[in-house]
Design a protein around this ligand. Structure first.
Ligand code: ADP
Length: 569
Protein backbone atom coordinates (compact mmCIF):
# COMPACT_ATOMS: atom_id res chain seq x y z
CA UNK A 1 0.00 0.00 0.00
CA UNK A 2 1.24 3.50 -0.77
CA UNK A 3 2.50 5.53 2.16
CA UNK A 4 0.12 8.35 1.33
CA UNK A 5 -2.90 5.99 1.26
CA UNK A 6 -1.70 4.34 4.46
CA UNK A 7 -1.42 7.70 6.20
CA UNK A 8 -4.74 8.96 4.85
CA UNK A 9 -6.54 5.75 5.81
CA UNK A 10 -4.98 5.49 9.27
CA UNK A 11 -5.43 9.11 10.23
CA UNK A 12 -8.86 9.32 8.49
CA UNK A 13 -10.12 6.27 10.40
CA UNK A 14 -8.75 7.68 13.61
CA UNK A 15 -10.46 10.98 12.91
CA UNK A 16 -13.76 9.24 12.05
CA UNK A 17 -13.56 7.18 15.23
CA UNK A 18 -12.92 10.25 17.34
CA UNK A 19 -15.92 11.97 15.72
CA UNK A 20 -18.00 8.82 16.24
CA UNK A 21 -16.85 8.62 19.87
CA UNK A 22 -17.73 12.27 20.44
CA UNK A 23 -21.15 11.77 18.72
CA UNK A 24 -22.03 8.67 20.79
CA UNK A 25 -20.98 10.41 23.99
CA UNK A 26 -23.08 13.46 23.11
CA UNK A 27 -26.17 11.35 22.15
CA UNK A 28 -26.03 9.20 25.27
CA UNK A 29 -25.45 12.16 27.53
CA UNK A 30 -28.52 13.71 25.87
CA UNK A 31 -30.58 10.53 26.49
CA UNK A 32 -29.46 10.38 30.09
CA UNK A 33 -30.33 14.01 30.54
CA UNK A 34 -33.80 13.33 29.08
CA UNK A 35 -34.29 10.34 31.39
CA UNK A 36 -33.43 12.25 34.56
CA UNK A 37 -35.49 15.22 33.44
CA UNK A 38 -38.47 12.91 32.82
CA UNK A 39 -38.11 11.39 36.26
CA UNK A 40 -37.88 14.82 37.83
CA UNK A 41 -40.59 16.42 35.79
CA UNK A 42 -43.07 13.55 35.47
CA UNK A 43 -42.78 11.58 38.66
CA UNK A 44 -40.85 13.43 41.30
CA UNK A 45 -43.28 16.37 41.03
CA UNK A 46 -46.29 14.01 41.29
CA UNK A 47 -44.75 12.56 44.47
CA UNK A 48 -44.24 16.07 45.82
CA UNK A 49 -47.88 17.02 45.03
CA UNK A 50 -49.22 13.81 46.59
CA UNK A 51 -47.09 14.31 49.66
CA UNK A 52 -48.30 17.95 49.95
CA UNK A 53 -51.91 16.76 49.57
CA UNK A 54 -51.42 14.12 52.30
CA UNK A 55 -49.97 16.65 54.70
CA UNK A 56 -52.81 19.09 53.82
CA UNK A 57 -55.31 16.38 54.85
CA UNK A 58 -53.54 16.13 58.25
CA UNK A 59 -53.91 19.87 58.87
CA UNK A 60 -56.86 21.56 60.58
CA UNK A 61 -59.23 24.31 59.29
CA UNK A 62 -60.68 25.00 55.85
CA UNK A 63 -57.48 26.42 54.38
CA UNK A 64 -56.20 22.83 54.09
CA UNK A 65 -58.87 22.11 51.48
CA UNK A 66 -57.71 25.14 49.45
CA UNK A 67 -54.15 23.95 49.69
CA UNK A 68 -55.22 20.40 48.74
CA UNK A 69 -57.24 21.77 45.81
CA UNK A 70 -54.22 23.72 44.60
CA UNK A 71 -51.91 20.66 44.76
CA UNK A 72 -54.58 18.46 43.15
CA UNK A 73 -54.83 20.84 40.19
CA UNK A 74 -51.08 20.68 39.73
CA UNK A 75 -51.24 16.86 39.89
CA UNK A 76 -54.05 16.85 37.33
CA UNK A 77 -51.78 18.81 35.03
CA UNK A 78 -48.93 16.27 35.51
CA UNK A 79 -50.64 12.98 34.53
CA UNK A 80 -47.74 11.26 32.77
CA UNK A 81 -48.20 7.57 33.57
CA UNK A 82 -50.63 5.08 32.15
CA UNK A 83 -53.87 5.17 34.30
CA UNK A 84 -52.69 8.23 36.27
CA UNK A 85 -55.29 10.44 34.61
CA UNK A 86 -58.11 8.11 35.72
CA UNK A 87 -56.60 7.98 39.23
CA UNK A 88 -56.59 11.79 39.31
CA UNK A 89 -60.21 11.80 38.21
CA UNK A 90 -61.24 9.31 40.98
CA UNK A 91 -59.29 11.38 43.50
CA UNK A 92 -61.07 14.50 42.28
CA UNK A 93 -64.45 12.75 42.68
CA UNK A 94 -63.68 11.68 46.22
CA UNK A 95 -62.32 15.10 47.08
CA UNK A 96 -65.40 16.83 45.64
CA UNK A 97 -67.80 14.55 47.54
CA UNK A 98 -65.66 14.93 50.68
CA UNK A 99 -65.76 18.67 50.34
CA UNK A 100 -69.48 18.95 49.44
CA UNK A 101 -71.11 16.06 51.35
CA UNK A 102 -70.22 16.76 54.97
CA UNK A 103 -66.66 15.51 54.96
CA UNK A 104 -67.24 11.86 55.52
CA UNK A 105 -64.33 9.90 57.00
CA UNK A 106 -64.86 7.15 54.34
CA UNK A 107 -64.22 9.70 51.60
CA UNK A 108 -61.11 10.92 53.40
CA UNK A 109 -60.01 7.37 53.63
CA UNK A 110 -60.57 6.86 49.89
CA UNK A 111 -58.66 10.11 49.19
CA UNK A 112 -55.69 8.83 51.17
CA UNK A 113 -55.87 5.43 49.40
CA UNK A 114 -55.85 7.08 45.94
CA UNK A 115 -53.11 9.46 46.93
CA UNK A 116 -50.97 6.48 47.95
CA UNK A 117 -51.95 4.77 44.67
CA UNK A 118 -50.75 7.82 42.74
CA UNK A 119 -47.52 7.89 44.73
CA UNK A 120 -47.02 4.20 44.08
CA UNK A 121 -47.59 4.46 40.36
CA UNK A 122 -45.04 7.31 40.22
CA UNK A 123 -42.59 5.43 42.40
CA UNK A 124 -42.85 2.48 40.04
CA UNK A 125 -42.35 4.82 37.09
CA UNK A 126 -39.28 6.32 38.77
CA UNK A 127 -37.90 2.84 39.30
CA UNK A 128 -38.60 1.92 35.66
CA UNK A 129 -37.11 5.12 34.31
CA UNK A 130 -33.99 4.94 36.45
CA UNK A 131 -33.57 1.37 35.19
CA UNK A 132 -33.90 2.72 31.67
CA UNK A 133 -31.35 5.45 32.41
CA UNK A 134 -29.07 2.82 33.82
CA UNK A 135 -29.39 0.81 30.66
CA UNK A 136 -28.68 3.90 28.57
CA UNK A 137 -25.61 4.57 30.72
CA UNK A 138 -24.40 0.97 30.29
CA UNK A 139 -25.02 1.18 26.55
CA UNK A 140 -23.14 4.49 26.40
CA UNK A 141 -20.28 2.99 28.36
CA UNK A 142 -20.17 -0.03 26.02
CA UNK A 143 -20.26 2.05 22.84
CA UNK A 144 -17.76 4.58 24.12
CA UNK A 145 -15.48 1.75 25.27
CA UNK A 146 -15.78 0.02 21.86
CA UNK A 147 -15.04 3.23 19.99
CA UNK A 148 -12.21 4.07 22.46
CA UNK A 149 -10.73 0.60 22.01
CA UNK A 150 -10.96 0.88 18.23
CA UNK A 151 -9.28 4.30 18.42
CA UNK A 152 -6.62 2.84 20.68
CA UNK A 153 -6.05 -0.13 18.39
CA UNK A 154 -5.78 2.02 15.28
CA UNK A 155 -3.54 4.56 17.06
CA UNK A 156 -1.40 1.70 18.38
CA UNK A 157 -1.24 0.17 14.91
CA UNK A 158 -0.17 3.48 13.41
CA UNK A 159 2.32 4.02 16.21
CA UNK A 160 3.85 0.58 15.72
CA UNK A 161 3.90 0.61 11.93
CA UNK A 162 4.07 4.12 10.59
CA UNK A 163 7.43 5.32 12.03
CA UNK A 164 9.22 2.11 11.01
CA UNK A 165 7.34 2.09 7.71
CA UNK A 166 8.81 5.51 6.93
CA UNK A 167 12.13 5.39 8.78
CA UNK A 168 13.29 1.88 7.72
CA UNK A 169 13.31 2.51 3.97
CA UNK A 170 14.96 5.91 4.55
CA UNK A 171 17.66 4.20 6.61
CA UNK A 172 18.16 1.51 3.94
CA UNK A 173 18.40 4.16 1.25
CA UNK A 174 20.86 6.23 3.29
CA UNK A 175 23.11 3.20 3.77
CA UNK A 176 22.99 2.38 0.08
CA UNK A 177 23.77 5.97 -0.90
CA UNK A 178 26.80 5.81 1.41
CA UNK A 179 27.92 2.61 -0.32
CA UNK A 180 27.60 4.26 -3.72
CA UNK A 181 29.51 7.27 -2.42
CA UNK A 182 32.36 4.94 -1.44
CA UNK A 183 32.39 3.57 -5.03
CA UNK A 184 30.57 0.30 -4.30
CA UNK A 185 28.42 0.49 -7.41
CA UNK A 186 27.14 -3.08 -6.94
CA UNK A 187 24.88 -1.90 -4.11
CA UNK A 188 21.11 -2.29 -4.66
CA UNK A 189 18.06 -1.51 -2.49
CA UNK A 190 15.06 -3.87 -2.28
CA UNK A 191 11.89 -2.32 -0.86
CA UNK A 192 8.14 -3.01 -1.07
CA UNK A 193 7.44 -2.12 -4.68
CA UNK A 194 3.90 -0.75 -4.15
CA UNK A 195 4.68 2.49 -2.43
CA UNK A 196 6.63 5.67 -2.96
CA UNK A 197 9.76 4.16 -1.36
CA UNK A 198 9.52 1.28 -3.83
CA UNK A 199 9.60 3.78 -6.70
CA UNK A 200 12.50 5.59 -5.05
CA UNK A 201 14.38 2.29 -4.60
CA UNK A 202 13.77 1.43 -8.25
CA UNK A 203 15.13 4.80 -9.39
CA UNK A 204 18.09 4.35 -7.05
CA UNK A 205 18.82 0.88 -8.48
CA UNK A 206 18.64 2.20 -12.03
CA UNK A 207 21.08 4.95 -11.08
CA UNK A 208 23.44 2.45 -9.39
CA UNK A 209 23.30 0.16 -12.43
CA UNK A 210 24.15 3.06 -14.76
CA UNK A 211 27.01 4.10 -12.50
CA UNK A 212 28.26 0.50 -12.42
CA UNK A 213 28.14 0.29 -16.21
CA UNK A 214 29.91 3.63 -16.56
CA UNK A 215 32.49 2.68 -13.97
CA UNK A 216 33.26 -0.69 -15.55
CA UNK A 217 33.56 0.83 -19.04
CA UNK A 218 35.76 3.59 -17.60
CA UNK A 219 37.77 0.99 -15.71
CA UNK A 220 38.16 -1.13 -18.81
CA UNK A 221 39.38 1.92 -20.71
CA UNK A 222 41.82 2.76 -17.90
CA UNK A 223 43.02 -0.85 -17.75
CA UNK A 224 43.59 -0.84 -21.52
CA UNK A 225 45.56 2.38 -21.25
CA UNK A 226 47.53 1.01 -18.29
CA UNK A 227 48.38 -2.16 -20.27
CA UNK A 228 49.45 -0.05 -23.26
CA UNK A 229 51.73 2.10 -21.09
CA UNK A 230 53.12 -1.01 -19.37
CA UNK A 231 53.83 -2.61 -22.76
CA UNK A 232 55.48 0.61 -23.89
CA UNK A 233 57.68 0.85 -20.81
CA UNK A 234 58.50 -2.86 -21.06
CA UNK A 235 59.56 -2.55 -24.67
CA UNK A 236 62.03 0.20 -23.76
CA UNK A 237 65.66 -0.83 -23.79
CA UNK A 238 66.36 1.58 -20.94
CA UNK A 239 65.95 0.63 -17.30
CA UNK A 240 62.76 2.30 -15.98
CA UNK A 241 61.76 2.21 -12.32
CA UNK A 242 58.75 4.15 -10.99
CA UNK A 243 58.44 5.06 -7.33
CA UNK A 244 55.62 6.76 -5.46
CA UNK A 245 56.15 9.69 -3.10
CA UNK A 246 56.95 7.31 -0.23
CA UNK A 247 59.66 5.64 -2.37
CA UNK A 248 57.57 2.50 -2.86
CA UNK A 249 58.15 0.79 -6.23
CA UNK A 250 55.07 1.18 -8.47
CA UNK A 251 56.39 -0.28 -11.69
CA UNK A 252 59.56 -1.70 -13.21
CA UNK A 253 60.22 -2.80 -16.77
CA UNK A 254 61.83 -6.04 -17.90
CA UNK A 255 65.19 -4.35 -18.50
CA UNK A 256 65.14 -3.12 -14.89
CA UNK A 257 64.46 -6.68 -13.67
CA UNK A 258 67.37 -7.95 -15.75
CA UNK A 259 69.84 -5.29 -14.64
CA UNK A 260 68.82 -5.38 -10.97
CA UNK A 261 68.71 -9.19 -11.02
CA UNK A 262 65.30 -9.25 -9.31
CA UNK A 263 61.88 -10.45 -10.39
CA UNK A 264 59.05 -7.92 -10.81
CA UNK A 265 57.17 -9.41 -7.82
CA UNK A 266 60.22 -8.89 -5.67
CA UNK A 267 60.10 -5.14 -6.31
CA UNK A 268 56.60 -3.89 -7.13
CA UNK A 269 54.75 -2.83 -3.99
CA UNK A 270 57.91 -2.95 -1.87
CA UNK A 271 59.78 0.00 -0.47
CA UNK A 272 62.87 0.80 -2.56
CA UNK A 273 64.72 1.37 0.72
CA UNK A 274 63.96 -2.21 1.79
CA UNK A 275 65.16 -3.52 -1.58
CA UNK A 276 68.29 -1.36 -1.22
CA UNK A 277 69.26 -3.35 1.88
CA UNK A 278 70.12 -6.41 -0.22
CA UNK A 279 70.56 -4.92 -3.72
CA UNK A 280 73.67 -2.80 -4.34
CA UNK A 281 72.38 -1.12 -7.49
CA UNK A 282 69.09 -0.10 -5.88
CA UNK A 283 71.07 1.24 -2.91
CA UNK A 284 73.14 3.39 -5.24
CA UNK A 285 70.06 4.71 -7.03
CA UNK A 286 68.12 5.45 -3.84
CA UNK A 287 71.15 7.30 -2.44
CA UNK A 288 71.35 9.57 -5.46
CA UNK A 289 67.65 10.25 -5.99
CA UNK A 290 67.49 13.22 -3.66
CA UNK A 291 70.98 14.55 -4.26
CA UNK A 292 70.72 18.01 -5.78
CA UNK A 293 73.79 17.88 -7.98
CA UNK A 294 74.00 14.42 -9.41
CA UNK A 295 77.29 12.87 -10.41
CA UNK A 296 77.57 13.10 -14.17
CA UNK A 297 79.75 10.03 -14.45
CA UNK A 298 77.97 7.11 -16.07
CA UNK A 299 77.09 4.17 -13.87
CA UNK A 300 79.22 1.07 -14.42
CA UNK A 301 77.35 -2.20 -13.93
CA UNK A 302 78.55 -5.73 -14.66
CA UNK A 303 75.66 -7.22 -16.58
CA UNK A 304 75.71 -10.30 -18.83
CA UNK A 305 79.35 -10.83 -17.77
CA UNK A 306 80.47 -7.58 -19.30
CA UNK A 307 80.85 -3.98 -18.24
CA UNK A 308 77.79 -1.92 -19.05
CA UNK A 309 77.55 1.83 -18.76
CA UNK A 310 74.32 3.59 -17.89
CA UNK A 311 73.46 7.25 -18.03
CA UNK A 312 71.32 8.15 -14.97
CA UNK A 313 68.26 10.31 -15.08
CA UNK A 314 66.06 10.88 -12.06
CA UNK A 315 62.74 12.63 -12.64
CA UNK A 316 60.75 14.13 -9.78
CA UNK A 317 57.11 13.89 -10.84
CA UNK A 318 54.97 16.74 -9.59
CA UNK A 319 51.25 17.30 -10.06
CA UNK A 320 48.86 20.10 -9.20
CA UNK A 321 45.89 18.46 -7.44
CA UNK A 322 42.45 19.52 -8.71
CA UNK A 323 41.32 22.72 -7.06
CA UNK A 324 44.73 23.53 -5.63
CA UNK A 325 47.41 25.85 -6.82
CA UNK A 326 50.59 24.37 -5.45
CA UNK A 327 52.28 21.41 -7.07
CA UNK A 328 52.98 18.39 -4.94
CA UNK A 329 55.42 15.55 -5.37
CA UNK A 330 53.67 12.35 -6.43
CA UNK A 331 56.63 10.16 -7.23
CA UNK A 332 59.90 9.55 -9.02
CA UNK A 333 60.98 7.86 -12.22
CA UNK A 334 64.51 6.49 -12.43
CA UNK A 335 65.78 5.94 -15.97
CA UNK A 336 69.09 4.28 -16.74
CA UNK A 337 70.03 4.67 -20.39
CA UNK A 338 72.36 1.99 -21.64
CA UNK A 339 75.25 3.89 -23.22
CA UNK A 340 77.71 0.99 -23.33
CA UNK A 341 77.84 1.09 -27.13
CA UNK A 342 78.61 4.81 -27.18
CA UNK A 343 81.08 4.41 -24.38
CA UNK A 344 82.88 1.69 -26.33
CA UNK A 345 82.92 3.89 -29.42
CA UNK A 346 84.15 6.79 -27.32
CA UNK A 347 86.91 4.69 -25.81
CA UNK A 348 87.93 3.54 -29.29
CA UNK A 349 87.94 7.17 -30.45
CA UNK A 350 89.96 8.27 -27.41
CA UNK A 351 92.46 5.48 -28.01
CA UNK A 352 92.69 6.40 -31.66
CA UNK A 353 93.23 10.11 -30.89
CA UNK A 354 95.77 9.19 -28.21
CA UNK A 355 97.71 6.99 -30.60
CA UNK A 356 97.56 9.49 -33.45
CA UNK A 357 98.49 12.50 -31.32
CA UNK A 358 101.27 10.55 -29.66
CA UNK A 359 102.59 9.42 -33.03
CA UNK A 360 102.31 13.00 -34.35
CA UNK A 361 104.22 14.58 -31.51
CA UNK A 362 107.71 13.21 -32.40
CA UNK A 363 107.62 14.05 -36.11
CA UNK A 364 106.28 17.54 -35.38
CA UNK A 365 108.98 18.11 -32.77
CA UNK A 366 111.65 16.98 -35.22
CA UNK A 367 110.08 19.19 -37.93
CA UNK A 368 110.34 22.12 -35.56
CA UNK A 369 113.94 21.26 -34.80
CA UNK A 370 114.74 20.95 -38.52
CA UNK A 371 113.17 24.34 -39.16
CA UNK A 372 115.26 25.80 -36.37
CA UNK A 373 118.36 24.33 -37.97
CA UNK A 374 117.26 25.57 -41.38
CA UNK A 375 117.21 29.10 -40.01
CA UNK A 376 120.72 28.69 -38.58
CA UNK A 377 123.22 30.79 -40.66
CA UNK A 378 125.88 28.17 -40.10
CA UNK A 379 124.01 25.67 -42.23
CA UNK A 380 123.32 27.98 -45.07
CA UNK A 381 121.93 31.36 -45.98
CA UNK A 382 118.22 31.74 -46.68
CA UNK A 383 116.83 34.58 -48.73
CA UNK A 384 114.01 36.74 -47.37
CA UNK A 385 111.13 34.82 -49.02
CA UNK A 386 112.59 31.56 -47.73
CA UNK A 387 112.82 32.99 -44.21
CA UNK A 388 109.15 34.08 -44.40
CA UNK A 389 108.19 30.58 -45.60
CA UNK A 390 110.19 28.90 -42.84
CA UNK A 391 108.62 31.21 -40.22
CA UNK A 392 105.16 30.38 -41.44
CA UNK A 393 105.93 26.63 -41.40
CA UNK A 394 107.31 27.09 -37.91
CA UNK A 395 104.07 28.81 -36.81
CA UNK A 396 102.00 26.01 -38.28
CA UNK A 397 104.20 23.38 -36.66
CA UNK A 398 103.86 25.22 -33.30
CA UNK A 399 100.09 25.23 -33.68
CA UNK A 400 100.07 21.58 -34.65
CA UNK A 401 102.15 20.74 -31.61
CA UNK A 402 99.77 22.72 -29.38
CA UNK A 403 96.73 20.91 -30.78
CA UNK A 404 98.45 17.55 -30.50
CA UNK A 405 99.38 18.26 -26.87
CA UNK A 406 95.82 19.33 -26.06
CA UNK A 407 94.41 16.22 -27.69
CA UNK A 408 96.85 14.06 -25.82
CA UNK A 409 95.92 15.75 -22.54
CA UNK A 410 92.26 15.22 -23.36
CA UNK A 411 92.68 11.54 -24.07
CA UNK A 412 94.50 11.17 -20.79
CA UNK A 413 91.62 12.85 -18.98
CA UNK A 414 88.95 10.91 -20.84
CA UNK A 415 90.56 7.58 -20.16
CA UNK A 416 90.91 8.58 -16.51
CA UNK A 417 94.66 8.40 -16.85
CA UNK A 418 95.40 11.95 -15.82
CA UNK A 419 98.61 11.51 -13.91
CA UNK A 420 99.39 14.28 -11.42
CA UNK A 421 102.83 14.78 -10.00
CA UNK A 422 102.03 16.85 -6.96
CA UNK A 423 104.80 18.71 -5.18
CA UNK A 424 105.09 21.97 -3.25
CA UNK A 425 105.16 24.67 -5.92
CA UNK A 426 106.06 28.29 -5.48
CA UNK A 427 103.18 30.20 -7.04
CA UNK A 428 105.34 33.10 -8.24
CA UNK A 429 107.31 30.56 -10.24
CA UNK A 430 104.11 29.14 -11.79
CA UNK A 431 102.85 32.60 -12.72
CA UNK A 432 106.21 33.77 -14.06
CA UNK A 433 106.56 30.67 -16.28
CA UNK A 434 103.08 31.14 -17.70
CA UNK A 435 103.65 34.88 -18.32
CA UNK A 436 106.99 34.15 -19.89
CA UNK A 437 105.42 31.66 -22.28
CA UNK A 438 103.02 34.35 -23.49
CA UNK A 439 105.16 37.47 -23.59
CA UNK A 440 105.94 37.34 -27.34
CA UNK A 441 102.23 37.12 -28.25
CA UNK A 442 101.52 39.95 -25.81
CA UNK A 443 104.20 42.11 -27.33
CA UNK A 444 102.88 41.43 -30.80
CA UNK A 445 99.53 42.94 -29.76
CA UNK A 446 101.10 45.58 -27.56
CA UNK A 447 99.29 44.12 -24.56
CA UNK A 448 100.68 44.78 -21.13
CA UNK A 449 100.83 41.73 -18.85
CA UNK A 450 100.45 43.19 -15.36
CA UNK A 451 101.36 40.76 -12.59
CA UNK A 452 100.37 41.32 -8.95
CA UNK A 453 102.00 38.93 -6.53
CA UNK A 454 102.05 39.27 -2.74
CA UNK A 455 105.49 39.03 -1.15
CA UNK A 456 105.31 35.97 0.98
CA UNK A 457 103.30 33.34 -0.86
CA UNK A 458 102.81 29.97 0.73
CA UNK A 459 103.73 27.16 -1.67
CA UNK A 460 100.85 24.90 -2.84
CA UNK A 461 100.78 21.17 -3.55
CA UNK A 462 100.40 21.24 -7.34
CA UNK A 463 101.47 19.52 -10.52
CA UNK A 464 103.82 22.26 -11.70
CA UNK A 465 103.85 21.45 -15.39
CA UNK A 466 100.08 21.07 -15.73
CA UNK A 467 99.25 24.15 -13.64
CA UNK A 468 101.67 26.23 -15.72
CA UNK A 469 99.94 24.81 -18.80
CA UNK A 470 96.53 25.92 -17.48
CA UNK A 471 97.74 29.42 -16.61
CA UNK A 472 99.53 29.72 -19.97
CA UNK A 473 96.34 28.70 -21.69
CA UNK A 474 94.22 31.23 -19.72
CA UNK A 475 96.72 34.09 -20.36
CA UNK A 476 96.91 33.10 -24.05
CA UNK A 477 93.10 33.26 -24.27
CA UNK A 478 93.10 36.63 -22.48
CA UNK A 479 95.60 37.97 -25.03
CA UNK A 480 93.82 36.34 -27.98
CA UNK A 481 90.40 37.71 -27.06
CA UNK A 482 91.65 41.19 -26.07
CA UNK A 483 91.94 44.31 -28.18
CA UNK A 484 95.40 45.64 -29.05
CA UNK A 485 97.15 47.88 -26.51
CA UNK A 486 95.06 46.71 -23.59
CA UNK A 487 96.06 45.24 -20.22
CA UNK A 488 95.87 41.67 -18.97
CA UNK A 489 95.98 41.60 -15.20
CA UNK A 490 97.29 38.50 -13.42
CA UNK A 491 96.77 38.61 -9.70
CA UNK A 492 97.36 36.17 -6.87
CA UNK A 493 95.62 36.54 -3.49
CA UNK A 494 96.23 34.37 -0.51
CA UNK A 495 94.64 34.16 2.93
CA UNK A 496 94.26 31.46 5.57
CA UNK A 497 91.42 29.81 3.74
CA UNK A 498 92.36 29.87 0.08
CA UNK A 499 94.67 30.91 -2.70
CA UNK A 500 93.01 32.71 -5.59
CA UNK A 501 94.52 33.40 -9.01
CA UNK A 502 92.74 35.87 -11.29
CA UNK A 503 93.38 36.48 -14.97
CA UNK A 504 91.50 39.57 -15.98
CA UNK A 505 91.33 41.01 -19.48
CA UNK A 506 89.66 44.01 -21.14
CA UNK A 507 88.69 42.02 -24.19
CA UNK A 508 85.57 41.09 -26.09
CA UNK A 509 83.97 39.21 -23.18
CA UNK A 510 81.64 36.25 -23.47
CA UNK A 511 77.94 36.58 -24.40
CA UNK A 512 75.92 35.73 -21.26
CA UNK A 513 74.06 32.84 -22.94
CA UNK A 514 77.36 30.99 -23.47
CA UNK A 515 79.03 31.58 -20.11
CA UNK A 516 77.70 28.27 -18.70
CA UNK A 517 79.03 26.24 -21.62
CA UNK A 518 82.48 27.77 -21.83
CA UNK A 519 84.12 24.86 -19.99
CA UNK A 520 82.44 22.20 -22.17
CA UNK A 521 84.62 20.13 -24.48
CA UNK A 522 84.88 21.44 -28.06
CA UNK A 523 82.75 24.44 -27.22
CA UNK A 524 83.65 27.72 -28.83
CA UNK A 525 81.60 30.91 -28.82
CA UNK A 526 79.95 30.80 -32.28
CA UNK A 527 81.19 34.24 -33.39
CA UNK A 528 84.84 33.39 -32.55
CA UNK A 529 87.01 33.78 -35.63
CA UNK A 530 90.29 32.85 -34.03
CA UNK A 531 91.74 29.43 -34.51
CA UNK A 532 91.29 26.95 -31.71
CA UNK A 533 89.92 23.60 -30.69
CA UNK A 534 87.54 24.55 -27.87
CA UNK A 535 89.45 22.14 -25.65
CA UNK A 536 91.73 24.45 -23.65
CA UNK A 537 89.18 25.47 -20.98
CA UNK A 538 87.72 21.94 -20.70
CA UNK A 539 91.18 20.48 -20.09
CA UNK A 540 92.05 23.34 -17.68
CA UNK A 541 88.91 22.61 -15.65
CA UNK A 542 89.73 18.89 -15.43
CA UNK A 543 93.33 19.59 -14.36
CA UNK A 544 92.35 22.19 -11.74
CA UNK A 545 89.56 20.05 -10.29
CA UNK A 546 91.82 16.99 -10.24
CA UNK A 547 94.07 19.04 -7.94
CA UNK A 548 91.16 19.95 -5.66
CA UNK A 549 90.71 23.46 -7.05
CA UNK A 550 87.80 25.25 -8.72
CA UNK A 551 87.75 27.31 -11.90
CA UNK A 552 85.07 29.85 -12.82
CA UNK A 553 84.53 32.86 -15.03
CA UNK A 554 82.92 36.28 -14.67
CA UNK A 555 82.41 37.97 -17.95
CA UNK A 556 80.68 41.02 -19.32
CA UNK A 557 80.11 40.93 -23.02
CA UNK A 558 82.09 43.73 -24.70
CA UNK A 559 83.87 44.72 -21.45
CA UNK A 560 86.12 41.82 -20.51
CA UNK A 561 86.42 38.51 -18.69
CA UNK A 562 87.97 37.36 -15.44
CA UNK A 563 88.93 33.71 -14.99
CA UNK A 564 89.31 32.73 -11.35
CA UNK A 565 91.17 29.74 -9.93
CA UNK A 566 90.60 28.93 -6.26
CA UNK A 567 92.57 26.40 -4.23
CA UNK A 568 91.18 25.91 -0.73
CA UNK A 569 93.78 25.16 1.93
P1 ADP B 1 89.88 27.82 -27.87
O1 ADP B 1 90.47 29.05 -27.31
O2 ADP B 1 90.89 26.87 -28.38
O3 ADP B 1 88.76 28.07 -28.79
P2 ADP B 1 89.09 27.39 -25.17
O4 ADP B 1 88.51 26.22 -24.49
O5 ADP B 1 90.37 27.90 -24.60
O6 ADP B 1 89.23 27.02 -26.66
O7 ADP B 1 88.00 28.52 -25.14
C1 ADP B 1 86.73 28.22 -25.55
C2 ADP B 1 86.02 29.47 -26.07
O8 ADP B 1 85.84 30.38 -24.99
C3 ADP B 1 86.83 30.24 -27.04
O9 ADP B 1 86.57 29.78 -28.35
C4 ADP B 1 86.34 31.65 -26.86
O10 ADP B 1 85.21 31.88 -27.67
C5 ADP B 1 85.94 31.71 -25.43
N1 ADP B 1 86.95 32.38 -24.57
C6 ADP B 1 87.94 31.78 -23.85
N2 ADP B 1 88.65 32.70 -23.16
C7 ADP B 1 88.09 33.89 -23.41
C8 ADP B 1 88.38 35.25 -23.01
N3 ADP B 1 89.37 35.54 -22.18
N4 ADP B 1 87.61 36.25 -23.51
C9 ADP B 1 86.59 35.96 -24.35
N5 ADP B 1 86.27 34.72 -24.79
C10 ADP B 1 87.02 33.70 -24.33
Amino acid sequence: MRIKTKLTLGLGLLFALIVFLGGIAAVYIHFLKLDTRNILHDNYNSLLYAKSMLSALDQKGDSRLIHFEEQLRKQEGNATELGEKEMNKTLRNYFESYKNQGRQPEELMQIRVWLIEIMEINMQAIELKSELANKTAIQATIWIAIAGLACFAIALGLLMNLPSNIADPIQKLTQSIKQIASSNYKERVFLDKNNEFGELAQSFNTMAQKLEEYNSSHLAKLMRQKKRIEALINSMSDVVIGLDETMKVIFVNQEACKVLGLAEEEMVGKSSKDIAIYNDLMRMLVKEINVEVMEKEPLKIIHNDKENYFDKQFLHIELTPTGEEQKELVGYVMILKNITEFKELDTAKTRFIATVSHEFKTPIASMKMSLQLLKDERIGHLNEEQIILVDSIQDDAGRLLKITTELLNLTQIESGKIALHLKACALDQVVQDAVEANHIQAEQKNIQLKVDLPFALQPLQLDLEKTVWVLTNLIANAINYSHESSVVHIEVLQDDLATTIRIKDEGIGIPPEYVDRIFDRYFRVPSTHREGTGLGLAISKEIIEAQGGRISVNSEYGVGSTFVLVFKH
